[in-house]
Design a protein around this ligand. Structure first.
Ligand SMILES: *Cc1c(COP(=O)(O)O)cnc(C)c1O
Length: 365
């Protein structure tokens, strides 16, 4: 019998990233926008497609898209890098600044893909721990950075899946620590537009800070797969070397530029989701669950005396899908619900009340 090839050690040991894609009526598990992009945008995109010259390779430098994003954030086009979703952006960062012999730091519990992508690129991962209520203290970061000297440090603010944001004074502290030996700070702001604070204003040529954002969540374009990174040009020009040629297709580039023309509509939607998030949070606070205040478009909660998997299953039986985070490190018993439309959120809340009541029939609530 012949030997079968095996994947590299760190790949064989990876579990892969799974988020069940189940057919349900109310899908509140992957932090997507509950509503489609603006109709005007879709019409403009349909009109644009025939003009794109699809027989030719796309603009390799994505000049128009980079310029449009640079304009929106008042930075230089050379300070913008785009990828097929912000996950690909983060992978590019790790291909260039991580890799064999290098180290990336994360602070758990956080977005699982940071360590997953790091490992897939051969980067060693070291983890610190968030404190009470999942807040990240400068002391925790300092002790990990000083002992491990990671080449790349990931912060995630608002943090997925906890919804917490870092205090604004954290970033200057981390940058100073990294400046001692030349480490790079990556702030994942996939949910940045839902929060009151951002690291974007700190971007400068003399700071080793990059900030990633995406069209997936706020721009209601998860299906488009478009993310971007903002940071100093000397850093982003290294990333251009690790992406495949023509990695951003012409339709995506055009769609990104067009979407930026609908900023007021997007901002209205973000404001509505933030209001809805506060309503859902308040409603959860009335139930026998622990709930953490969120700055994103989802809320993490822990059913008090019911197993998370039972509650998840009970919701699924009512055709409502949330994310079961209970097996994630540091999140025992926790579920995460994406903010949907008012109607979807009401269905979720009614179903959750029912499911929680089933477990304690004697209460009669
Ligand atoms: C959803 C998410 C992303 C990935 O978004 P894509 O742009 O769709 O790849 C990145 N970071 C965090 C924290 C997320 O939750």
């Amino acid at each position: 019998m012949s030997e079968l090839p095996s994947a590299r050690g760190e790949i064989a040991g990876l579990a892969g990233y799974h988020s069940p894609q189940v057919e349900v009526e109310v899908r509140l598990n992957t932090n997507e926008s509950p509503v489609p992009p603006p109709a005007g945008f879709l019409g403009a995109l349909a009109d644009a497609v025939p003009t794109l010259g699809l027989n030719r390779y796309p603009d390799r430098a994505a000049t128009g898209l980079r310029s449009a994003l640079a304009h929106r954030y008042s930075i230089d086009p050379a300070q913008v890098f785009c990828g097929n979703g912000s996950n690909e952006v983060l992978q590019s960062v790790l291909l260039a600044y991580g890799g064999a012999g290098r180290t990336a730091a994360v602070f758990e519990p956080t977005y699982a893909l940071h360590s997953q992508i790091a490992r897939a690129t051969g980067t060693r991962v070291v983890a610190g721990r968030r404190g009470d209520d999942f807040l990240l203290s400068a002391d925790v970061v300092r002790s990990l950075v000083e002992s491990e000297r990671p080449d790349v440090v990931f912060l995630c603010s608002p943090n997925n899946p906890t919804g917490t944001i870092d205090t604004p004074d954290l970033i200057p502290v981390v940058l100073e620590l990294l400046g001692e030996y030349g480490g790079l700070l990556v702030v994942d702001e996939a949910y940045g537009q839902f929060a009151a604070t951002s690291a974007v204003d700190l971007i400068a040529e003399d700071r080793a800070l990059v900030v990633s954002r995406t069209f997936s969540k706020t721009w209601a374009l998860a299906g488009l797969r478009l993310g971007y990174l903002m940071g100093p040009s000397w850093c982003l020009s290294e990333l251009d070397k690790v992406v495949l040629p023509y990695h951003l297709d012409a339709i995506k580039q055009a769609a990104g530029v067009l979407a930026l023309g609908y900023a007021p509509e997007m901002e209205e939607r973000v404001a509505a989701l933030v209001a809805e998030r506060e309503r859902v949070t308040a409603a959860l606070q009335e139930l026998p669950v622990e709930v953490w205040p969120s700055s994103a478009n989802f809320v993490l909660f822990r059913p008090g005396d019911r197993a998370a998997s039972e509650v998840w299953q009970g919701l699924l039986e009512r055709s409502i899908l949330v994310r079961d985070c209970s097996s994630w490190d540091g999140l025992a018993g926790c579920l995460r619900v994406t903010i949907g439309t008012e109607e979807e959120d009401d269905r979720f809340l009614v179903a959750l009340r029912e499911v929680l009541r089933e477990g304690t029939p004697e209460d009669g609530i």
